[in-house]
Design a protein around this ligand. Structure first.
Ligand code: GTP
Ligand code: MG
Length: 370
C-alpha cells in the first residue's frame, strides 16, 4: 500500500509537521514526525487542512516512457549487443582488447576491470557488434547481472588452463536466466598446459553441449595473446546475431540503459548509455532513474563527438544534472517539465521507501520484514 511520512506530507502541503500531528491526535492517533501513515489517512488530513489532493499513481507518471510498441515496418536491423562474461583473469578484457587491437588491459589498475566498458567493432562479415566488458570480480556480481539484461548474446570466456570456475558457472546462470544465447570462447589455448577438451567436458555439467560434442552451442578456441581464431569468434557472433534477426525502430524517441556513470571533475556527470531503441541526439531531454538533463554532447567509444546515436550504439552522454546509476533505464521525454515530473516523482518514491524502512526498523522489526 502507498504510504508517506508525516514530515513529507507536511512538506508537500507546506504546512508545519506539528499541525499535522495535532490533527492526527484529534482523531485519536499519537504520532511523531518520522512516522509513516497510509495514503488514505494522508488524504483525509490534507483535505481537512484545506488542500486539494491529487493522488499520483505510478502508471500516470511512468506511462508511455518505455516500451510503447513499434509497427513492423518501422523496425530496422541493428547491431548485436554482446556481453563478455567469465571468471576472473580468464582473459575477457584481453580478448576484447585483441579484437579492438587497442590496449585497454595495460591501462587498468592491476589489470582488473573496474567498470563496464562498451565498444563497437566491425566483424569480418561486415556487420557491426557492440561489446560490453564486465568485471570478473566476485564483488561485482550485480553489475554483471545487469550486463545480461541489455545483451543479445553472451560470450563466455573460459581459460583453457583453468577450466570452469565459480564465476563461469555464475555467468552461465545469468545467461540462462535472461534467455540469452551463449557462445563459448575457450581462451589461452597458446599455453602449454591448455586443455580445451577438459573445458568442453566440464561445461556438460552445466548443460552446455558444444558443437564439437554434438551439441548446439557454438564454441571457438582462441588466444587473446596470439590472436588465434579471433576472426572465427567474430564470425560465430555474426552468425548467431543473424539467427536472432535483431531489429529496432531508429525513428523514435530514444530508450536505453546506463552501463556506467561517474562524476567527472571537468565534465560533470558522465553516463555511458547503450541506446536500445530510437536515436539519441544532442539537445534531447533525457531521464535516467531520478536524474535528468539535456544532452550537451555525445561521445562515441572512439572518443569522437557524434550528433546522434542509433540503436545498439554505446555513447558517453554529457548534460545530466546529477549522476545516474548503472542499470538505470534512459528515456527521452518531450519537455523539461515532463523530465522534472518523472524524476521528482521517482525521488519522492525513493525518499518514501527509505522513510518507510526507517520507520519499520525504528519500530523494532527485524531486517527480514523489509
Ligand atoms: P578481470 O577483468 O579481472 O575479470 O580479468 P579478465 O578476464 O578481463 O582477464 P584479463 O584480460 O585481464 O587477463 C588476465 C591475464 O591473462 C593477463 O595477464 C593476460 O595477459 C592473460 N591472458 C589473457 N588472455 C590470454 C591468452 O590468450 N593467452 C595467455 N597466455 N595469456 C592470456
Ligand atoms: Mg577484465
Amino acid at each position: 500500500p502507498e504510504t508517506i511520512t508525516i514530515q513529507e506530507l507536511a512538506n508537500r502541503m507546506t504546512e508545519r509537521g506539528v499541525d499535522v500531528i495535532r490533527l492526527l491526535m484529534k482523531q485519536g492517533a499519537m504520532h511523531k514526525i518520522t512516522d509513516v501513515i497510509d495514503a488514505d489517512t494522508a488524504q483525509l488530513i490534507a483535505e481537512e487542512m484545506g488542500h486539494t489532493v491529487k493522488r499520483v499513481a505510478e502508471s500516470d507518471v511512468e506511462e508511455g516512457l518505455f516500451d510503447t510498441p513499434d509497427t513492423d515496418e518501422a523496425l530496422e536491423a541493428r547491431p548485436a549487443v554482446v556481453t563478455i562474461m567469465g571468471h576472473v583473469d580468464h582473459g575477457k578484457t584481453s580478448l576484447l582488447d585483441a579484437i579492438r587491437k587497442t590496449k585497454v588491459v595495460t591501462g587498468e589498475a592491476g589489470g582488473i576491470t573496474q567498470h563496464i566498458g562498451a565498444y563497437q567493432v566491425t566483424t569480418p562479415l561486415g556487420s557491426q557488434v557492440t561489446f560490453i566488458d564486465t568485471p570478473g570480480h566476485a564483488a561485482f556480481t550485480a553489475m554483471r547481472a545487469r550486463g545480461a539484461k541489455v545483451t543479445d548474446i553472451v560470450v563466455l570466456v573460459v581459460a583453457a588452463d583453468d577450466g570452469v570456475m565459480p564465476q563461469t558457472a555464475e555467468a552461465i546462470h545469468h545467461a540462462k536466466a535472461a534467455g540469452v544465447p551463449l557462445i563459448v570462447a575457450i581462451n589461452k589455448v597458446d599455453k602449454a598446459d591448455a586443455n580445451p577438451d577438459r573445458v568442453r567436458a566440464e561445461l556438460l555439467q552445466y548443460e552446455i553441449q558444444v558443437e564439437t560434442l554434438g551439441g548446439e552451442t557454438l564454441e571457438v578456441e582462441v588466444s587473446a595473446k596470439t590472436g588465434h581464431n579471433l576472426d572465427k569468434l567474430l564470425e560465430a557472433i555474426a552468425l548467431q546475431a543473424e539467427v536472432l534477426d535483431l531489429k529496432a525502430n531508429p525513428d523514435r524517441a530514444a530508450e536505453g540503459t546506463v552501463i556506467e556513470a561517474k562524476l567527472d571533475r571537468g565534465r560533470g556527470p558522465v553516463a555511458t548509455v547503450l541506446v536500445q531503441r530510437g536515436t539519441l541526439r544532442t539537445g534531447d531531454i533525457i531521464v535516467a532513474g531520478a536524474e535528468w538533463g539535456r544532452v550537451r554532447a555525445l561521445i562515441a567509444d572512439t572518443g569522437a563527438q557524434v550528433k546522434e546515436a542509433p540503436p545498439s550504439m554505446p555513447v558517453e552522454v554529457l548534460g545530466f544534472n546529477g549522476t545516474p546509476e548503472a542499470g538505470d533505464r534512459v528515456a527521452v521525454v518531450e519537455s523539461e517539465a515532463r523530465a522534472r515530473e518523472v524524476t521528482e516523482y521517482r525521488e519522492r518514491q525513493r525518499r518514501d521507501r527509505l522513510a518507510a524502512r526507517g520507520a519499520a526498523s525504528g519500530a523494532g522489526r527485524s531486517l527480514a520484514d523489509m
